[in-house]
Design a protein around this ligand. Structure first.
Ligand SMILES: *Cc1c(COP(=O)(O)O)cnc(C)c1O
Length: 420
């Protein structure tokens, strides 16, 4: 059973009616939601070797209570409108700082530049704390509050922490944050201004992660850390729901059949721990299971050549990535031992996508066309997805007429340090 002694005495959070349980993606064990909180103990719980859990739903019941037409008609554009597909008991369980509903931009000048007439930019820099991580942190705060936990903690390269700090501030929830000392000043400023207790760890993100895990076990804090908390994938998957809804609206498909959403051919996303790409995959899988889309997109994960753990594993066909020493300047994707590796590798392998490797110089260069032709100022890790698209075009992996979505995961204002 679960190795975490601190959870035994905790009340189980009120569950959504639609969650049937959690399944370990390593050993296949099934758990009732109240029986486990983070990871299955079938694995040593170190580095990438975690008993990662997948949250399972009664999709037939969801489909009886929610339709794409309901979602299109909902005046609430935040992730709250997806609540039956989230690990919360009601929409109002989320913190009162709306997340999601970010724009899907046509970016006509970028389209012309690349000769890709069906290119879209999903700008997740336009979340309350200016990164994609708000989608997951909203869920973390909702669950901690439902369980009556006094403190939520996380390890973070910066954005997950800022997102947690902002969502927690709005909800009146205390937080303790473990970040590597090297995190960009703007990200640390966000934490302090939002009122978090910040522990700047003299070490890497991976060191911060291990310290946070131990502190949560010791003190009974609720642990948001990516890859370890299975519910973070559930927040992150909402980006795929939005993309399919927005493409349906934009293409006019909604007018034709309000219960059909539209899948892109390819999605590009930058990858560190692998939680976002796993969430993108889960979101489209949910829609396919619900019968709202009829095929999956190819999912492309983009890594820096200076942080290539998942690319290497994909390339060699390994089950798990081998840890390495990541040094990329794109701090949000600088990860030695990716924690959400199982979901991250499945996302690419099961959809016929690929992992792509880009140099730090290509990441830096990608910031400029996004801003100068698209009007989107991305942080380095956010622009990496665009650099990945260019690499995919170079490798002949995309066709000119395909519908392609590039996700910007974070605002450029997060990190304006000169590039060394
Ligand atoms: C966290 C983050 C990523 C990578 O997400 P993972 O889930 O760690 O793969 C990419 N870009 C930005 C801006 C991020 O904050």
């Amino acid at each position: 059973m679960h190795a975490d002694p601190s959870t035994a005495a905790m009340p189980a959070p009120a569950e959504t009616r639609f969650i049937t349980g959690l399944r370990c993606l390593r050993c296949g064990a099934d758990y009732a939601p109240a029986a486990i909180e983070y990871v299955c103990d079938c694995r040593p719980n170190r580095g990438s070797d975690l008993g990662t859990l997948d949250v399972r739903y009664d999709y037939a019941a969801v489909a009886r209570s929610l339709t794409p037409a309901d979602l299109q008609a909902d005046p609430d554009r935040s992730i709250g409108r997806f609540w039956p597909l989230l690990p919360i008991s009601q929409r109002t369980s989320l913190p009162p700082l709306p997340v999601g509903g970010t724009p899907l931009l046509a970016a006509p000048r970028l389209r012309r530049q690349l000769a890709l007439p069906n290119l879209w930019l999903k700008d997740d820099g336009r979340n309350p704390s200016a990164s994609f991580k708000d989608r997951a942190s909203a869920i973390a705060v909702a669950r901690a509050q439902a369980a009556g936990r006094a403190i939520v903690a996380t390890a973070s390269t910066g954005n997950a922490a800022a997102a947690l700090a902002g969502q927690a501030a709005a909800a009146g929830q205390a937080t303790v944050i473990f970040v590597p000392k090297s995190a960009p000043p703007a990200k640390i400023a966000q934490l302090l201004v939002y009122g978090s207790t910040v522990l700047a760890v003299n070490g890497s993100y991976d060191d911060a992660f291990d310290l946070c895990t131990e502190a949560c076990l010791e003190f009974g804090w609720y642990n948001r850390s990516t890859g370890y908390n299975p519910y973070m994938t559930e927040g992150k998957k909402t980006v795929s729901y939005e993309i399919a809804l927005q493409l349906a609206e934009q293409s006019g498909a909604t007018a034709h059949d309000p219960n059909r959403l539209v899948t892109p051919d390819a999605v590009f996303v930058s990858v560190g721990d692998g939680c976002i790409i796993g969430g993108v995959h889960k979101g489209f899988k949910d829609l396919l299971t619900l019968g709202w889309i009829d095929h999956m997109p190819r999912i492309y994960g983009v890594q820096s050549a200076l942080s290539p753990a998942l690319y290497n594993a994909w390339r060699s066909g390994a089950e798990l990535p081998a840890p390495l020493h990541a040094t990329t300047r794109a701090d949000s994707i600088s990860v030695d031992a990716p924690r959400d590796a199982v979901k991250a590798l499945a996302a690419v392998r099961e959809t016929g996508g690929a992992y792509l490797l880009v140099d730090d110089s290509a990441i830096l260069q990608a910031i400029l066309p996004l801003a100068r032709l698209g009007g989107v100022f991305a942080e380095p890790a956010g622009a990496a997805s665009y650099a990945g698209l260019l690499q995919a075009m170079h490798e002949g992996l995309v066709q000119q007429n395909e519908t392609i979505v590039v996700i910007n995961t974070g605002s450029g204002l997060k990190d304006v340090r000169p590039w060394k």
